[in-house]
Design a protein around this ligand. Structure first.
Ligand code: F6P
Length: 365
């Protein structure tokens, strides 16, 4: 309680959506309401709703029956940044600082703190808001699993499930048609999603941004498998993977976004090269947004609920500037400022890399 009144807390979801956002919103709001610790308000469309003052009350009715729902009941934006507000004027994108508007909205709603559910970009903005007078608590989300300060983000396991299911399905056509089937998965600059789904789906080759690949070792995999009577192969390629000495494949740029680069297309490039260099038939499938969509898997429902609970406890204890986190098998918290804007990549000594190599998976090294 602030004095003798319950706290008033804002919640927003920022950046790309992912399974489990609603489970976190529900856990934060229910935990805080349960003991009458706080009233909760949700801002719409990420930081956009904070700048333009668009909100909804997050009462019991609003957060009931949303645990299994994909997306976010609050909406989100991966371009809205109060400090770099992009607006079209006469066909031109004009960038202004609207952090004062965000602060005014926060004060107008008589809020004590703001829970930001987002990735590294959202945490970077949260850190800056804290510096101008908005106490924040963070919850790490993203299918990319690349937020520093936590060994796992919610949403990641659901995406691994989708990608693994896709690899299983690609196996049947690969084997029936004696083809090389390539699945391009998301993950931005980190290879976590490709690594985990590639191992789970039994990919023969996994290509990740952290290990620039060479073509020859990839082609050798097909020859080796052919010697064992296997006339097909499966490649799981991260969207951020690139050949040694080459560049990442950029699909488009999004004006006004904190990181305007959108990756995509490496799968088709790999397929083209395989056909040209080996004569084998190859097909690429880009899994795209299905990896982010739909209901969270059971693990993510539990994990998102747990992270939401940690965030609510941080709020109740007024431990501002902290982000809920998972480290060494337990729930904990870290400073938002240490997380902001970073990218947690697969370390080259990650045990999973050695385990995959041990069972014959190639990283194109
Ligand atoms: O960060 C999540 C993610 O899905 C990445 O894996 C992907 O590179 C990016 O977002 C796509 O962003 P957008 O939704 O702007 O196309």
């Amino acid at each position: 309680m602030a004095g003798n009144r319950p706290l008033r807390i804002g919640v927003l979801t920022g950046g790309g959506d992912c399974p489990g956002l609603n489970a976190v919103i529900r856990a934060v709001a229910k935990t805080l309401m349960h003991e009458n610790l706080a009233e909760v308000v949700g801002f719409l469309d990420g930081y956009d709703g904070l700048v333009t003052d668009r909100s909804v009350p997050l009462d019991w009715a609003a957060v009931s029956n949303i645990l299994t729902l994909g997306g976010t009941i609050l909406g989100t934006s991966n371009t809205a940044d109060p400090f770099r507000w992009a607006e079209k004027r006469d066909g031109q994108t004009v960038i202004t600082d609207r952090s004062r508007d965000a602060l005014q909205t926060f004060q107008k709603h008589r809020l004590d703190g703001l829970v930001v559910i987002g990735g590294d970009g959202s945490m970077a903005i949260a850190g800056r808001l804290e510096a101008v007078g908005v106490p924040v608590v963070g919850v790490p989300k993203t299918i990319d699993n690349d937020v520093p300060g936590t060994e796992m983000t919610f949403g990641f396991q659901s995406a691994v499930n989708v990608a693994t299911d896709a690899l299983d399905r690609l196996h049947t056509t690969a084997s029936a048609h004696h083809r090389v089937m390539i699945a391009e998965v998301m993950g931005r600059y980190a290879g976590w999603l490709a690594l985990h789904s590639g191992i789970a789906g039994g990919a023969d080759v996994i290509l990740i941004p952290e290990i620039p690949f060479r073509w020859e070792p990839v082609f050798e995999v097909f020859q080796k498998r052919a010697r064992h009577g296997k006339r097909f192969s499966i490649i799981c390629v991260a969207e951020g993977a690139r050949p040694a000495g080459g560049e990442m494949v950029i699909q488009r740029t999004v004006e006004g976004s904190p990181d305007p680069v959108r990756l995509g297309g490496i799968g088709r490039l790999v397929a083209g090269s395989v056909e040209q260099q080996t004569g084998m038939e190859a097909r690429a499938t880009s899994l795209g947004y299905v990896q982010r969509g739909g209901t969270p898997c059971p693990f993510d429902r539990v994990f998102a609920t747990s992270l939401g609970y940690v965030a609510a406890r941080l709020v109740a204890d007024r431990r501002w500037g902290r982000m809920a986190s998972w480290q060494q098998g337990r729930l904990t918290d870290v400073a938002v400022k240490d997380v902001a804007g970073g990218c947690r990549k697969v370390p080259l000594d990650d045990p999973l890399l050695s385990i995959a190599r041990a069972v014959g998976t190639s990283f194109g090294e």
